[in-house]
Design a protein around this ligand. Sequence first.
Ligand code: SF4
Length: 332
Amino acid sequence: MEIRRPAYFDDFRCLAGSCPDSCCKEWDVLIDEDTAKEYLAMPGPLGERLRQVMYEEDGQHYFAIQSDRRCPMWRDDGLCRIQAEAGEQALCNTCREFPRLTHDYGDFIERGLELSCPEAARLILSAPAAPWITETAPGDECEYDEEAMEILLRTRQEALSILENRQYSPAEALALLLIHGYRSQEVLDGAEPEPFDAVSALDLARELACEGDSEALTAFFLNLEILTPQWKERLKAGWRPSTLPELCRPLARYFVERYYLQAVSDYDLVGRVKLTAVSCLLIAGLGGDFTQTAQLYSKEIENNADNVDAILDGAYTSPALTDARLLGMLLK
Ligand code: SF4
């Protein structure tokens, strides 16, 4: 089995007490079953404290955030009390792994970092496009439709090449990514593959583009679940058309690398390509520091499966996310 990871994966080091945000606030932490058992049996003051702040819902254990929206195990010096008193091995999987991602397809694994961590966001957006590091390890049987995965792996490589092609601006590259996504969806649905002609695809994108609707776009995101007042304020301040910066290339690469292959589970590739395009558009159009906005977006959207699902559904149903409007916001 191959285990693949982007080159920047190994550079990640948690900023701990110097983190400008923190993964230890704003959400309840899911505690895996084995660790929950250890916490429930842990002796001494640390065990007592853990049992005070854990709660159980539908058979799962969590740490509840406090009224100040911080994890109850977060100390005043910004460090975690569990790690400080019992060592890193005592952390639950969520805290030990974050912001590392694992996508296990059975006979290969892809790893990555989550954009919602400020240090991971810095690495993701500053990393040049580079081949992934690959290791081999004993593996299981593949857990997917092999023909579909072959199409997705091949067309994902094409999609990544489109994003890196400096002949096209970041906005044009995203418009091409959308058209390429539709063509790849057709192949996934059984059509014969044909070479992708970027010149005619860009002409088609310009023909299809109509005026975007920035109010509908921000209203769509305001209707999703919102975690922080800061995000609500940013959305209410509105989306402004802007020239997409070069940072949209590594940002789009991150979304493609993270979500594209997941279409093997439900055969919805178009939804994931539109998720990539609208994420880049929104982050760029909200203004402010691009990396900080991307990190906040990820915390609000990617770390909430309901929000991601709402965008995947909205890709087909929301008037704010029609192909013509997204293309218009990219190209007009
Ligand atoms: S958000 Fe990232 S850098 Fe900050 S504390 Fe969590 S893992 Fe460390």
